[in-house]
Design a protein around this ligand. Structure first.
Ligand code: FE2
Ligand code: FE2
Length: 232
């Protein structure tokens, strides 16, 4: 799938919209540390400027991806998209996070005296598990079933609550980055420490993709502000 990059300049388009239109763009945004999920309504140029990132370099990679036709399409049908979110992200978080907590507690204990030890990581991950579980249950039991039942429904209030929860998730991710020193391993880090940071990095990537698919692709289909005018 190729994006219509000639419609308006990439730099003036919201970063979340680009991520939604061009599958694979999220990997480029993550590489440049641009927030496309919780701050998806910010124009690409502004996002790059606030991060001190070279805008032309980002645009170049996006244009190359678009031209390559190698992007993997996001499921279009709403029920298929919801199934994808549940199977690829909700189930993965539930499966992988408990192991990360165990690993974090082990590394914190064994390397307690190390100046770069990720103190508090196990507790933070445990807190994230609890908050994510409550959030995902709300989606699974209330919002997503309503979306399946009423494909043209408008659910502004519950979606606003979900977006608020997502902002909280984003704050947790920033704390993860701080505690782990940007996932930078010290020289000679043991295998457990390596596995912990690799797993934490994967979780951060997964959660950003997960929130992006909801904030920028699924939710706008059910919000008043994104409703298409009815043609007479
Ligand atoms: Fe979700
Ligand atoms: Fe969510």
């Amino acid at each position: 799938m190729s994006m219509q990059i000639t419609q308006s300049p990439l730099k003036s388009r919201p970063i979340g919209e680009i991520a939604a239109d061009l599958p694979g763009a999220t990997a480029i945004f993550r590489k440049f540390k641009l927030d496309f999920c919780c701050s998806g309504d910010v124009a690409l140029a502004d996002a790059a400027k606030s991060r001190g990132v070279n805008l032309e370099a980002v645009e170049h990679e996006l244009e190359e991806l678009s031209a390559s036709g190698q992007s993997v399409a996001i499921p279009h049908e709403t029920p298929v998209l919801i199934d994808h979110i549940l199977e690829r992200y909700h189930e993965t978080h539930r499966r992988e996070l408990p192991e990360l907590v165990e690993l974090a507690r082990k590394v914190e204990k064994v390397h307690a005296e190390h100046p770069q030890a990720p103190h508090g990581l196990g507790d933070l991950l445990q807190q994230i598990i609890g908050e994510l579980e409550v959030h995902m249950k709300k989606e699974e039991l209330i919002l997503f079933p309503a979306m399946r039942r009423q494909p043209t429904g408008v659910f502004d209030a519950p979606i606003s609550q979900m977006r608020h929860d997502h902002d909280d998730h984003g704050a947790h991710l920033q704390k993860l980055e701080t505690i782990t020193n940007g996932l930078e391993l010290p020289d000679g880090a043991c295998r457990s420490w390596q596995a912990l940071y690799a797993g934490t990095g994967k979780f951060i990537d997964d959660l950003m993709e997960h929130v992006h698919l909801e904030n920028n692709v699924l939710f706008p289909r059910f919000e008043t502000k994104f409703a298409q005018p009815v043609e007479s």
